[in-house]
Design a protein around this ligand. Structure first.
Ligand code: GTP
Ligand code: PEP
Length: 224
């Protein structure tokens, strides 16, 4: 069964991360504008902090950003990260599948990890712990901090990823046979920022520098 214990044939290689990014201007509809910082700016810094942490994670060899946003594309490319278009725009799971297929072309046989791009407090060390736990399973996932959704899904072979994100995705990933990673806390990997309360929690946990600077500038009215 997919998800059972035991490494698949593609195991023991560094990971390729797939990072789907919705156009910033259309993102974060549940996030009330923070005083002095609008949703679009926040969506951008959440992405930048997620990407920054990913690039400092030892066992992540490459990142594939999937987006239709020229700004997100430029920010990725400026950091030496590959960005591919999200065409035809068919939603989050289709974007992840596109990214996973592309991962196979740039690193054949490498395992793949798909994450949401709103992990504002993400720490590379915690992501490494999660990836180490995922290594023993063909497919694995991590529930988000609410216990309803998913922030991360892995597959040793990208063709087996079967992403079922959005809404109650924890249950869908469980029912699909993916292994739920429960033996690591990894608060920063579970914390997707959708609401103002999530942003407050991320602030307490330790925001990445981009969102941190944005909120600091917003508080003082300084330009950023
Ligand atoms: N490429 C791509 N990424 C997506 C798409 N939909 C969502 N995402 C990304 O997937 C992650 C989870 O998205 P959501 O939290 O469901 O959506 P959101 O627009 O960020 O927030 P809401 O407006 O509150 O739903 C975010 O990092 C989004 O940027 C899509 O259609 N294409
Ligand atoms: C995309 C997801 O979450 P949300 O839409 O709540 O951010 C998910 O949990 O699969």
């Amino acid at each position: 069964m997919i998800g059972q214990v035991g490494p698949g044939p593609c195991a023991a290689r560094p990971w390729v991360a797939v990072l789907p990014v919705k156009p910033f201007a259309l993102s974060k509809s549940r996030l009330q504008p923070w005083p002095g910082a609008d949703r679009e700016e926040l969506a951008r810094t959440l992405f930048l902090d997620t990407l920054r942490a990913l690039r400092t994670t030892d066992d992540v060899a490459a990142v594939v950003v999937v987006t239709d946003d020229p700004d997100a594309t430029a920010l990725a490319v400026a950091r030496g990260v590959l960005a591919i278009p999200d065409h035809p725009r068919a939603g989050l799971n289709a974007a992840i599948l596109r990214g996973a297929a592309h991962a196979q072309t740039i690193a054949p046989g490498a395992p793949v990890v798909a994450l949401t791009s709103d992990l504002a407090a993400l720490r590379g060390s915690e992501l490494s712990e999660v990836l180490a736990a995922a290594r023993d399973h063909h497919r694995a996932f991590l529930a988000d901090h609410t216990g309803r959704g998913t922030t991360l899904l892995t597959a040793q072979c990208p063709a087996q990823l079967q992403p079922a994100f959005e809404g109650s995705s924890r249950q869908r990933h469980m029912l699909s046979g993916a292994w739920e990673i429960t033996d690591v806390d990894a608060h920063s990997v579970r914390l997707d920022v959708d609401t103002e309360e999530d942003l407050r929690i991320a602030r307490r946990l330790g925001l990445g520098p981009h969102t941190s600077r944005l909120l600091a500038a917003a508080a003082t009215g300084r330009p950023r």
